[in-house]
Write a protein that binds this ligand. Structure first.
Ligand code: SAM
Length: 177
């Protein structure tokens, strides 16, 4: 299970600025971010592909609706969220030996999968927050976001050793008009 690190704390600081009815975290890990979401949202859901992470979070916080699933694939039908957040695995690695940290050959593939999986679940004025790293190919993510009609805004940034971590907010362009 992923132990909270600089990237986790960067996202925690951002989610505290948002309020709404329903929020979803993809890749809950130890549950630090989902716990924070519980302070400002009436209903919080979370997913992780790692069963141990789901078990750990469930034992710690009974308020979160947790599912062991690939990205947000378990949430279908009429589920809609005002905020969808993720600190996805983003280190480049062809074989993705550790799914907690390896995000695909260029580091961005899992993030792109999460964004595509989250898109149909956004409420009309919903927002997404994703941690992105300078270690990953963010240009591919931003190209995808453009194709999906998402507007991006960098909410916060932090340099950590040889890496630049950012939290990017995605909003449907129609909402901003
Ligand atoms: C960088 S960790 C972040 C954990 C926690 N949110 C935090 O910030 O401390 C990424 C998390 O995403 C999960 N994950 C990786 N691939 C996934 C997938 N395809 N679907 C759901 N969760 C996934 C990992 O198991 C891990 O818990």
């Amino acid at each position: 299970m992923y132990a909270p690190a600089e990237d986790s704390y960067l996202l925690v600081d951002c989610v505290g600025r948002y309020t709404g009815k329903q929020a979803l975290e993809i890749g809950v890990g130890s549950g630090l971010i989902a716990d924070e979401l519980c302070k400002n949202f009436q209903m919080v859901a979370g997913s992780d592909i790692d069963f141990q992470s789901i078990r750990y979070c469930r034992a710690k916080n009974k308020k979160i609706m947790l599912v062991c699933s690939d990205a947000a694939s378990a949430f279908g039908g009429k589920a809609r969220f005002d905020l969808i957040v993720s600190n996805p695995p983003y280190l480049p690695d062809d074989k993705q030996k550790d799914r907690a940290v390896h995000g695909g050959p260029t580091g961005i593939e899992t993030t792109m999968q999460f964004v595509q999986s989250a898109m149909p679940l956004l409420s009309q004025e919903g927002r997404m927050l994703f941690v992105v790293s300078s270690h990953a190919d963010t240009s591919a993510l931003y190209e995808l976001a453009g194709k999906l009609g998402l507007k991006k805004k960098i909410i916060t940034e932090k340099n950590v050793f040889f890496e630049r971590l950012s939290v990017v907010e995605f909003t449907c362009e129609s909402v901003l008009l």
